[in-house]
Design a protein around this ligand. Structure first.
Ligand SMILES: [Zn+2]
Ligand SMILES: [Zn+2]
Length: 199
């Protein structure tokens, strides 16, 4: 008798929990773009791991406008990993924020940055690295970029200007159904790395 009661209570609590989760999920889904009022898709912030209040809901076109501005005004050079959908955030972090291996990779890779964008003739400031699966990207903070994403023969980063980098990000976003909780572009003078991650 007691066991049945406990099981029943557990089922009720689990049901309530699921209902609350659905409610919260729906609330996030129903947010509107802070700039134009269209349904919001992603959260945008100025720096990685911003407080929830500092993450602004934006629709895709408004987010891409913000990112274009960030990528065009950034004073450093950055490696940009193609955004993979499975991780909840897509953010820039300066070199000093990373562990030893990604830091060493940033130096090596950025030393090979070409002067000109490989897609147009603008000056290149970014190195684009293709990423199709979440696994290698999730290992990147510990193992670095070269061992995880550039280990295959012929895999090499592509030198790009700001606008061509944002165009590639836009193409990757277009194939994804879910939004990112937090997206931020590069900022400041320090070299760094943009990648999808969970934290
Ligand atoms: Zn908008
Ligand atoms: Zn370009």
């Amino acid at each position: 008798m007691h066991i049945r009661l406990i099981l029943l209570l557990a089922a009720v609590i689990a049901g309530l929990g699921a209902a609350v989760l659905r409610l919260r999920r729906k609330k996030i889904d129903n947010k509107l773009c802070a700039r134009c009022g269209a349904p919001a898709m992603h959260g945008y912030s100025k720096t990685a791991e911003s407080a929830l209040d500092d993450i602004v809901p934006l629709c895709v076109p408004c987010l891409l406008e913000r990112l274009d501005e960030d990528y065009c005004t950034y004073d450093g050079r950055a490696v940009v990993i193609q955004p993979v959908a499975e991780l909840p955030c897509y953010v820039f972090r300066p070199k000093s924020d990373w562990d030893e291996q990604p830091r060493a990779d940033l130096d090596t890779l950025l030393a090979g940055l070409q002067n000109q964008c490989s897609s147009c003739t603008n000056p290149a400031r970014y190195l684009w690295v293709n990423a199709l699966e979440a696994g290698p990207v999730a290992n990147l903070p510990l193992m670095g970029i070269t061992q995880t994403l550039l280990a295959a023969a012929g895999a090499r980063p592509i030198s790009l200007c700001a606008s061509c980098s944002v165009q590639r990000i836009a193409r990757s976003f277009a194939g994804q159904e879910a939004g990112y909780l937090e997206v931020c572009g590069p900022r400041g003078h320090e070299d760094g790395l943009v990648t999808a991650m969970g934290y």
